[in-house]
Design a protein around this ligand. Sequence first.
Ligand SMILES: [Zn+2]
Length: 193
Amino acid sequence: MTIEQLKQFCSTDKTRPGLNAPFSQGEWTLATNARVAVRVPRLPDVSENKEAPDVLKLFSECNFDDPGRVWVDPPEPVFTVTQCVWCDGKKYLDEKEAPRDPSDKGAQPCDGCDGKGENRSGHVDITGPLGTTTLASIYIELIRTLPNCKIGLFGDESTKDKKKGKSSHLLAVCLRFNGGDGLLMPMRIFNND
Ligand SMILES: [Zn+2]
């Protein structure tokens, strides 16, 4: 894994300076956008970042070797493409976040669609021993760039939090790939059981 590959997993949200670049913690170098995190053995040229959250704690709380976990290939992501609701498909906004043509004064690429004019959404259900876990297609697409990535899950990660009455990072599914491992938060599906 190179720093460039890790950067894909960083947040582009400038209000989260701890997540905008890969960082090192302990024996590891990590990258996360708060929904998916990956780590590789520490790279000498990636420094620590005081603003970064304690992501290793999350890893230590997930038992990758639990025999109840099944390991599967990431599925093919499924997307629905719709016109961007922020820029009405114009790809540009002004400083008041109103849609603009690119030639207009003060026009800036739309953050809501990265200047593409459209939003992609979608999810895929993966069945494990304990049920069905729902993962967002954008993150499935991202983890499929990892070499030989496998998803380790129980199948109840999308619903377990309802029983606990609060969200918990223990609900992440585990990732393994050549050269490192990771965690991915499922989508929350609340049922009434
Ligand atoms: Zn847009």
